[in-house]
Design a protein around this ligand. Structure first.
Ligand SMILES: C=CC(=O)SCCNC(=O)CCNC(=O)[C@H](O)C(C)(C)COP(=O)(O)OP(=O)(O)OC[C@H]1O[C@@H](n2cnc3c(N)ncnc32)[C@H](O)[C@@H]1OP(=O)(O)O
Ligand SMILES: NC(=O)C1=CN([C@@H]2O[C@H](COP(=O)(O)OP(=O)(O)OC[C@H]3O[C@@H](n4cnc5c(N)ncnc54)[C@H](O)[C@@H]3O)[C@@H](O)[C@H]2O)C=CC1
Length: 322
């Protein structure tokens, strides 16, 4: 439970009753949750994320339906809920039980168990939405290299593995050069030092990439755009460097580059289901497991602080029962 006292946010573990849960048609026995960058922002009390306290944090959950007032779901169904303002204004997944509106619930494909669902989580779902966006705009492996920024993190790691599995040549941008073996193992064929892209760049640079998945924003995204080849497409989903975009229109008007915004929190239900169905076929579960660190509820204050410092590699899975 996150409580705000004066200007400080405190996380504590509490025993609650079902009657304390928020309104919703579906009550879920949560088995696994996860830690996303946004959970880091929430635990740290950063503005613009949590808008009502006290709140059970956690923007993701996976588990089985305990009870449902909606005929689409029944006890024992394996489900996941991602985003939908959970952990922001509705109680979230860092708990053993949750209650949510039925429209938020996604039935898990047979190939994805509840732990794998949280190894994917919002970060992986967002990566899939980015890949689908690149494909929707016509990008194919024959077009050339796709660059992934924030590559050792959750969104970046899953994006690399999904793109590599589809046959794309992937360049990973990282500030953690010691992670080069990890990045190559999950599918990158080129590793770029993030210092190359971190500062102010030229309006138009030499053509270097056919497309990109950007989890970083700011100068990094501006530099990715300026080095994207004619007709290329870049999916932007993150702000790890900053929310600003100090770019020029040159890539758009001189090279016809497309910048696609990717949003996972209130994505329509049919688009979520399509992304989970693609994840069921495209995710390499053994490779995904090599990206995972498992923690219990008591470790969340520490892990959420570390994700904001850029020190968490890959994905974190939370065992809510320990
Ligand atoms: C898993 C997902 C992610 O990780 S997403 C990245 C993490 N999210 C963030 O870092 C969001 C942080 N948010 C902010 O910093 C601020 O909310 C802001 C800068 C985006 C806007 O703050 P500001 O104080 O300038 O404006 P308002 O709060 O008055 O809002 C203006 C207007 O926008 C609507 N709005 C605010 N937040 C969101 C949001 N997350 N999604 C969609 N819309 C948002 C807000 O309701 C206002 O609209 P109005 O019609 O006037 O109500
Ligand atoms: N649009 C959406 O719906 C979603 C957006 N996001 C956003 O995507 C971003 C990444 O999320 P996660 O992968 O979960 O976080 P993460 O912390 O696992 O990954 C972020 C990566 O960015 C790197 N990084 C940190 N500071 C940097 C800087 N100044 N310059 C370059 N790289 C830097 C980190 O080292 C790390 O590898 C976050 O900004 C998050 O808010 C995440 C999920 C959904």
């Amino acid at each position: 439970m996150l409580d705000r006292t004066d200007d400080h946010v405190e996380a504590t573990i509490r025993e609650l009753d079902d009657v304390d849960l928020p309104a919703g048609e579906v009550t879920i026995d949560v088995e696994w949750s996860t830690v996303n960058y946004k959970d880091g922002l929430a635990y740290a009390g950063r503005p613009g994320v949590v808008d009502r306290y006290p709140i059970v944090p956690g923007v993701d959950l996976a588990g089985t339906v305990h009870s449902s007032d909606d005929p689409r779901y029944g006890p024992g169904d394996r489900v996941t809920v991602n985003g939908c303002r959970m952990g922001e204004r509705h109680w979230g997944g860092h708990a053993e039980r949750a209650r949510v509106p039925a429209d938020w619930v996604v039935r898990l494909p047979d190939a994805i168990d509840t732990r794998t669902a949280m190894a994917i989580g919002t970060a992986g779902l967002t990566s899939m939405l980015c890949v689908l966006a690149l494909e929707r705009h016509g990008l194919t492996p024959d077009d050339g290299t796709v660059v992934v920024t924030g590559s050792s993190g959750g969104v970046g790691s899953v994006a690399i593995s999904l793109l590599a599995r589809r046959g794309f040549r992937v360049a990973a941008v990282t500030g953690r050069t010691e992670e080069e073996p990890y990045l190559r193992r999950i599918g990158a064929v080129e590793v770029v030092d993030r210092a190359e892209l971190a500062g102010p760049g030229r309006p138009l640079a030499s053509e270097r990439w056919a497309g990109g998945v950007d989890a970083v924003g700011s100068h990094t995204l501006a530099n990715v755009l300026s080095a994207t080849a004619y007709g290329g497409v870049v999916a932007a989903c993150g702000l790890a460097q900053g929310m600003d975009l100090p770019a020029s229109v040159a890539p758009f008007i001189l090279r016809g580059v497309t910048l696609v915004g990717v949003e996972s929190v209130v994505t329509p239900h049919d688009r979520r289901v399509a992304a989970w169905d693609r994840l069921a076929t495209d995710i390499d579960r053994d490779l995904l497991e090599t990206m995972v660190t498992e923690v219990g509820l008591g470790e969340l204050p520490d892990v959420t602080a570390r994700i904001l410092e850029g020190k968490v590699r890959g994905r974190v899975v939370v065992d809510v029962r320990r």
